[in-house]
Design a binder for this molecule. Sequence first.
Ligand SMILES: [Zn+2]
Length: 236
Amino acid sequence: MSRFNKKRFTVITALILTVLTAVFCIGAINGQDVSSTQADNNIKVVIDAGHGGVDSGAIGNKLKIKESDINLKITKKLEKYLLSGGFIVSLTRSSSAGLYGVATKNRKRKDMEKRKEIINKIKPDMVISIHLNKYTSSNRHGGQVFYKNSDKLGKSLACSIQSNFNALSGKGYTALTGDYYILNCTDIPSVICECGFLSNEEEERLLATDEYQDKIAYSIFKGIIAYLYEESFRYL
Ligand SMILES: [Zn+2]
């Protein structure tokens, strides 16, 4: 078995254990330290909570919730799921502060460059960027996932998460290509998860709750597991 296939075989074994562990952790994960329930599977994930600091991102139409706050909450819930499954997890931001340092007029560029720097330093197996959507029509709802056009693994990861988002929202969206900095800044499989629409009153109300944030995080987690499982077999 080549070194590459050996790593894949190790990943499959780890994933089977990961899924079993995750099943037992469901519903009991909030507020608990589950980071030591599973040995590391050596798969590194960077979770990128969009916006932060003075950049709140989108604002909800009704409750006026800030995208940056909800992004971080979903990020931390996803982090718990991944840690429970033995993943090695890093966050580009773990507080409400932005990554731009002093808030100058170039802060958006500095913020994005810092995210790129963190990703390049860690060299993860995948990047999951967490955002919320806003649209002119208030009818639109449900999670939407984006990937870079030339990124085959990113597409596979995006489709896998999208199908879990659709199961949650009842929508039939397909994962879309997007020309975004966080997708373009490295060649690492990367996706942007737009976890719902703040322009939809009902979805804003859901996104503000701990329970729904957890459902979103678990949907992304399941998508990651399904992606790794599929790609592992593809290379064996
Ligand atoms: Zn955003």
